[in-house]
Design a protein around this ligand. Structure first.
Ligand code: 3HC
Length: 288
């Protein structure tokens, strides 16, 4: 079961279904579920065209076969009562996540494993709400955007999670075609701990007027082999998400303060509603 039919949730549903798992995508409204199905449809068509370039029938049957593994529901409790693995990919809000997991803990079978795809909240804190037993079956499972294309999953080990569950998550990750890495429950885990300060420094280069956004991106693509430059990547991740992560780290004071000090250019764009690709405008403009 995957909770959340947004970009991350639908991506996780897709890779699990492609690997042959029966998966139910759960969200609070039919509209959200329709949106999730449409993201999956687009992505699967792309995969199918690549896999079976000259064979439209094979493309169609591939997409149908994957969809046959996917169901949707607005009833989280009922779905959880029959799920071996619950992966949550909803809004980055600790209260909402705890409320959801607290409810599911009461209805899910004892053996169910609970995972959060959080990118910035402590997994241990989210898990505070569940029973002591479930805490041994609760971990972070952090996928990357776009999920069907990015090969990594960070498997986040809390102090409470059992070795057996951790190993099972490594196995699941490999079965969905990803490479797992193990990491402790620290801010940003591995990827975002390195990526976010790097992107923040790129914004500061702009603020100091040292180079243009386009040149910063070109420099990092051609000079450091990045698939996207840091500015383009920030627009891709979402500037609201970037700000949310950085604000959280500032508040917690765990990360070196200079790395996440407030950045006017980022704050201004967010307050203007220019959140990156998803709103058609961020550091750059995007055609709809
Ligand atoms: N669905 C299915 N497949 C997709 C896809 C999608 N939505 N998007 C890309 N792909 C596949 C393509 O089919 C192609 O497959 P192939 O290697 O088998 O040919 C491959 O990915 C590359 O795609 P393209 O050739 O179309 O385009 P690019 O080469 O420009 O790659 C990209 C696109 C994969 C998005 C690349 O630009 C990239 O890797 N960008 C960086 C993304 C990144 O860093 N993501 C992490 C962000 S941080 C994060 O998510 C954490 C969060 O917590 C904040």
């Amino acid at each position: 079961m995957v909770l959340g039919g947004g970009l991350m949730g639908s991506g996780i549903v897709q890779v699990a279904a492609q690997a042959g798992y029966k998966v139910t995508m759960v969200d609070t409204s039919d509209a959200a579920l329709d949106n999730g199905r449409s993201i999956i449809q687009k992505s699967l068509s792309r995969v199918a065209r690549k896999k079976f370039a000259d064979d439209e029938t094979a493309q169609k049957s591939f997409v149908e076969k994957v969809f046959s593994n996917i169901s949707t529901s607005t009833n989280a409790d009922q779905t959880a009562s029959g799920s071996d693995l619950v992966v949550e990919a909803i809004v980055e809000n600790i209260d909402i996540k705890q409320k959801v997991f607290g409810a599911l803990d009461k209805v899910a079978p004892k053996h169910s494993i609970f995972c959060s795809n959080t990118s910035s909240l402590p997994v241990t804190k989210i898990a505070e709400i569940v029973s002591a037993d479930r805490k041994t079956r609760f971990a972070g499972l952090h996928f990357f955007n776009p999920v069907p294309a990015m090969k990594l999953v960070e498997v986040v080990r809390t102090d409470a999670v059992s070795d057996e569950v951790f190993d099972a998550l490594f196995e699941f990750t490999a079965k969905v075609g990803k490479t797992p890495v193990a990491c402790k429950d620290t801010p940003g885990f591995i990827v975002n701990r390195l990526l976010v300060p790097y992107m923040m420094e790129a914004f500061r280069i702009l603020e100091r007027g040292e180079a243009s956004a386009k040149d910063v991106d070109t420099a990092m693509k051609l000079g450091a082999g990045m698939p996207m430059g840091p500015i383009e990547l920030a627009d891709f991740v979402g500037l609201d998400t970037m700000k949310f992560i950085v604000d959280g780290w500032q508040k917690e004071g765990i990360v070196e303060p200079a790395l996440v000090k407030p950045c006017t250019i980022l704050n201004d764009l967010v307050s203007q509603g220019r959140l990156g690709r998803k709103t058609g405008q961020g550091f750059f403009e995007y055609k709809k």
